[in-house]
Design a binder for this molecule. Structure first.
Ligand code: SF4
Ligand code: SF4
Length: 443
């Protein structure tokens, strides 16, 4: 953290709750995949991709894509940010802009935080969560500046408080999330993959809103737009941070969202970070870096960025692709689809991840080589499965007319769809073709 930043925070903390000390806020352990190793400036989400783009700071193509483009895909229009004809059809927007409810003054006493932890996790699962983790809050996990809720707003009575003081008041973070469908994800770089991604994301927003309301009805505070989702995810044991910049979960791999978590004073017991072998796998694998169409994922070692040791992806090159592929797909997802951890949540996947996480660390590289060989052999070095769903068909070449008749199961090969390919191989634009397209047009 920069010196002036530290002194500013010390001043504010002295006003509202006393000076923070290392003993009060020891550097949190985040597992083997990511480490806090130096001074860290809290993330200001106003400097993150979407807000920058909304202000027009990333160039005209991205700005127009974000603000002025209606998707040609009706499912994208109701489930993805900003590509609707009418914003009121996008449920996430409706939920995130709704009036915030008050905390019930009739507080439920919590005598047993462990029992409450089990209860709140069960409630979250019942409301639709696939994975739930509880993290002990730490000032470095909190955003600098104002609250940030994508496609919505968040106000609360604690806006002016320093991260240290917020953590003193609200010591726990609940990260509850949803996984996206494995089979549809195989059609990454396609509207089918978009649907799997965006609809599960929307369900996650709904689930978290309901969980937020439940905590307030119990008489406790639930703040949103305050905590970095990835920090909450790794600290709360949801997964490890991969080379692809995604939190990778034991059961679902990289096909989970990292939504806006809940900062709360509900008495809970925090989970610990997990070791599922992502650290060992990423050192050897590099499948995501090899298949990324924009070369945004590093092949080399981790770096220290803002005091955090991790693999650093280039979010700008990843983001810049979107305006040029908008007619065919919205969210790339290739790095999630290709990751060997991303599999159906079934027994053989459980067996492989069990073998990896119970293997002594020195012996893991050998096991990783075997598991990666199996992955390449049976799932391929890239993912190019053909997926047919709701009349969509990832065997149709992007730009050609796909059948969009709901419920249609007919084969259209050779009947006007000139780009249709035979068999079970999906059509995916040659990987680097996309990059060349946007590099040339953006120059
Ligand atoms: S371009 Fe695709 S593969 Fe590359 S980082 Fe972005 S989402 Fe992942
Ligand atoms: S594809 Fe391989 S290198 Fe990339 S995140 Fe997954 S395990 Fe790590």
């Amino acid at each position: 953290m920069r010196a002036e930043k530290i002194s500013e925070m010390l001043d504010v903390a002295a006003d509202v709750g006393g000076k923070p000390t290392d003993a009060e806020f020891p550097t949190p352990y985040l597992g083997r995949s990511v480490k806090i190793v130096g001074p860290h400036v809290n993330v200001d989400m106003n400097q993150s991709p979407h807000p920058k783009n909304a202000r027009g700071e990333l160039g005209k193509p991205l700005f127009n894509w974000y603000r002025n483009t209606v998707s040609n895909d009706p499912l994208t229009r109701v489930s993805a940010p900003n590509h609707f004809a009418d914003r009121r059809h996008f449920l996430t927007n409706v939920i995130n802009r709704s009036t915030k409810g008050k905390v019930n003054p009739q507080k439920v006493a919590v005598d047993d935080p462990a029992a409450m932890t089990r209860h709140i996790k069960a409630v979250a699962h019942y409301l639709g969560a696939d994975v739930v983790g509880i993290a002990k809050a730490h000032p470095t996990f909190l955003y600098a500046g104002s609250r940030y809720v994508q496609d919505g707003t968040a106000e609360d009575a604690y806006q002016q408080e320093a991260p240290e003081d917020l953590v003193r008041r609200f010591p726990y973070v609940i990260q509850a999330t949803t996984a996206w469908d494995y089979n549809k994800l195989q059609a990454h770089r396609h509207h089918i993959g978009d649907a799997a991604y965006h609809v599960s994301q929307m369900k996650g927003v709904l689930m978290l809103k309901a969980l937020e309301g439940y905590i307030k009805e119990l008489g406790y505070t639930a703040l949103r737009g305050v905590v970095t989702p990835q920090a909450a995810g790794v600290a709360g044991g949801i997964g490890e941070l991969g080379r692809n910049g995604l939190v990778i979960n034991r059961n679902f791999g990289a096909r989970i969202h990292m939504p806006d978590p809940i900062l709360t004073d509900l008495p809970l017991v925090a989970d610990e970070p997990v070791d599922i072998g992502v650290e060992d796998f990423c050192k050897i694998c590099r499948k995501c870096a090899n298949t990324c169409p924009t070369n945004s994922i590093p092949f080399g070692d981790k770096v220290v960025f803002n005091g955090i040791e991790k693999y650093k992806i280039n979010w700008l090159t990843c983001y810049k692709l979107r305006p040029y592929v908008h007619d065919q797909w919205g969210s790339c997802l290739t790095c999630a689809a290709v990751c060997p951890f991303t599999k159906p949540n079934v027994w053989w996947h459980g067996l492989a991840t069990w073998a990896l996480r119970t293997c002594p660390i020195p012996a893991r590289p050998a096991l990783v080589h075997v598991l990666k060989w199996i992955d390449d052999r049976f799932w391929g070095v890239t993912r190019a499965n053909r997926v047919r769903w709701l009349g969509y068909d990832s065997g149709i070449k992007p730009g050609d007319q796909a059948c969009t008749v709901a419920g249609c199961t007919a084969s259209h090969e050779g009947k006007g769809n000139s780009g249709a390919v035979d068999g079970n191989i999906g059509y995916y634009a040659p990987l680097k073709e996309n990059t060349n397209r946007f590099v040339k047009r953006d120059a």
